[in-house]
Design a binder for this molecule. Structure first.
Ligand code: C5P
Length: 395
């Protein structure tokens, strides 16, 4: 269940072309169970009509300070009153300027001035407008006033230029808004993790890999970052977006993964090995593509280093968490692995329950015994693991 379920979010949309992305954001928020109330500035309503937002949010859309539909004519106060947060996305340069000045000459600016709930803005503007000294000055002022700023990102702009000022994508805004409400159980901790499969080359175009999708590891990286940790994610080849505020180090082979982990480890309090690391790699990868001339082909394999066991055996070992996907006898194998690798916490699941899919059923094994978590989407399972980890860390 998303932390946004049941939250009342006022979404302000000011007049920039990124307003079209706000429609998708409303859809994501509503899907997560949030109660979304959209307030459009006059400019916002020129880009996307109130009808669109009304259809997506299922709630009345507000645009006018003098709107008489609110029984007491106090829309500018009542809309924000029971909200959990006001998010303005897109927030134009003009909107930021008016926010910095405390202007109250339309419904959205008045609502922001009359609020006693958190205010978050997602700036969106042309690169030069973003870099202009007045905009940067205004940003400093609103930050000092306690406003949270999401983004912007760099990239292609609607004006044809390339640079800083793009609004974050709806998925990233959604993820950051979720993170805003997640308890900061891992604040101040550095977490290094591995995720995904490894790829062990046989020749330039072939290799040995496995069916790990990386979904569980990426969900856990996201949950750790949302819980306030600094996260370094050493990832094998997967096709997943990197979670917000996570530093991803892409690798292919187990040897590359090991090197990247050792590189990232200094200063880490936690190491989590989620990756399905290949146990063996070809003794040597052929420099050129192998030809199918021979009747049989033998590839000699040599064992890969066990990254998790190596990290856990260090004198300065961080708190180490392992994963074990088994096809049978989960309890016995999981506890065995936990003891052999000297791990304070191991997350076990049956391959049939989790690998590749969107849901997972896991059991946590620690010094006090086994703790099953209910079957749930991987994002939720990840939150359960983070809560348990934080308890063990004494947070
Ligand atoms: O021994 P097994 O591969 O089942 O152990 C699984 C755990 O060990 C996982 O946490 C995995 O990421 C880690 N592991 C590792 N390096 C290996 C093999 C497994 O870090 N070479």
């Amino acid at each position: 269940m998303s932390v946004l379920k049941g939250r009342r979010i006022v979404l302000g949309v000011s007049g920039g072309i990124a307003a079209y992305k706000a429609a998708e954001l409303v859809r994501l928020l509503v899907k997560a169970g949030a109660d979304v109330h959209v307030v459009l500035s006059e400019g916002g309503a020129r880009f996307v009509t109130p009808v669109t937002f009304q259809a997506l949010s299922g709630n009345t859309v507000w645009t006018d300070l003098w709107d008489a539909r609110m029984p007491n004519n106090m829309a500018h106060i009542d809309l924000g009153r029971d909200a959990d947060a006001i998010l303005v996305a897109p927030a134009t340069a003009d909107f930021l300027a008016r926010l910095a000045q405390g202007r109250a000459d339309d419904l959205l600016s008045t609502l922001c001035l009359a609020r006693d709930v958190p205010l978050i803005v997602a700036p969106a503007m042309n690169r030069q407008m973003w870099e202009a000294p007045p905009t940067q000055r205004n940003l400093g002022l609103i930050r000092a006033d306690g406003v949270t700023v999401f983004g912007p990102a760099a990239g292609d702009q609607a004006c044809g230029e390339v640079g800083m000022g793009r609004m974050l994508e709806p998925e990233e805004l959604f993820e950051r808004l979720e993170g805003f409400f997640v308890p900061k159980l891992l604040a101040g901790r550095k977490v290094v993790m591995t995720a995904g499969p490894t790829f062990e080359a046989i020749d330039p175009v072939r290799g040995i890999t496995n069916i790990s999708s990386g979904k569980m590891g990426y969900a856990l990286a996201r949950a750790c970052a949302q819980a306030g940790a600094e996260v370094v994610l050493v990832s094998g080849p997967v096709s997943l977006p990197v979670p917000a505020d996570v530093r991803c180090v892409p690798v292919a082979s187990a040897l590359q993964m090991r090197a990247a982990v050792l590189d990232a480890l200094p200063g880490a309090q936690v190491f989590i090995g989620v990756a399905a690391v290949a146990d063996y790699r070809p003794l040597e990868a052929a420099e050129h593509k192998l030809k199918k001339s021979a009747a049989t082909l033998t590839v000699s394999l040599t064992p890969n280093p066990d990254i998790l066991a190596e990290v856990a055996a260090r004198e300065d070992a961080p708190f180490c968490v392992g994963f074990a996907a088994e096809s049978r006898d989960l309890d016995a194998y999981a506890e065995g692995k936990r003891r052999n690798k000297r791990l304070p916490l191991l997350v076990g699941n049956l391959v049939s329950d989790g690998m590749g899919g969107d849901d997972n059923t896991v059991i946590l094994y620690d010094d006090t015994g086994r703790h099953p978590l209910p079957r749930a989407p991987k994002a939720e399972v990840a939150q359960g693991i983070v809560a348990h980890l934080a308890r063990l860390l004494g947070a």
